[in-house]
Write a protein that binds this ligand. Structure first.
Ligand code: UDP
Ligand code: MG
Length: 137
């Protein structure tokens, strides 16, 4: 049974500032992801707070929102068979020093906060996150 899904990917400020966005997009394409939609933007802090609302109670929430709104990001809708899990596997663990060889965070991440990429963690959150950036009405 095929299970084509869409997921939201963000190339975070630490990676965009090192001009890694084309290289990271090529990794996604080579792994069979289609980039259905894409835009480059910078969030206001209030928008980052809304995006990361699930982490509101975490001690790192304020720094996380400061960071996500600190520079340009690239947001993409990726499509593939089992896209959500497949993207999470390709990204690697949240802490780049614990991420497996061959993952994007292992290759490019600088630290647990500057870990280069975001990816939706569930079908439900993927829909919410895609709407957050791409809903037109
Ligand atoms: N984060 C952080 N410190 C922590 C845990 C997470 O700065 O101790 C940041 C990190 O950038 C991470 C984001 O918060 O990507 C969201 O955390 P989550 O646990 O959802 O990790 P992810 O889903 O991104 O792997
Ligand atoms: Mg997460």
């Amino acid at each position: 049974m095929s299970n084509i899904e869409q997921t939201l990917s963000i190339i975070k400020p630490d990676a965009v500032e090192r001009n890694l966005d084309q290289q990271i997009k090529t990794i996604f394409k080579n792994k069979g992801f289609k980039i259905l939609k894409e835009k480059k933007l910078r969030l206001e802090k209030s928008e980052a707070e809304q995006f990361y609302k699930v982490h509101e109670t975490k001690p790192f929430y304020n720094d996380l929102c400061e960071y996500l709104s600190s520079g340009t990001i690239v947001v993409m809708v990726l499509e593939k068979e089992n896209a959500i899990k497949s993207n999470r596997n390709l990204m690697g663990a949240t802490d780049p020093s614990k991420a497996e060889e061959g993952t994007i965070r292992r290759q490019f991440g600088k630290s647990i906060d500057k870990n280069s990429v975001h990816g939706s963690d569930s079908l439900e959150n993927a829909k919410i996150e895609i709407d957050f950036f791409f809903k037109t009405s």
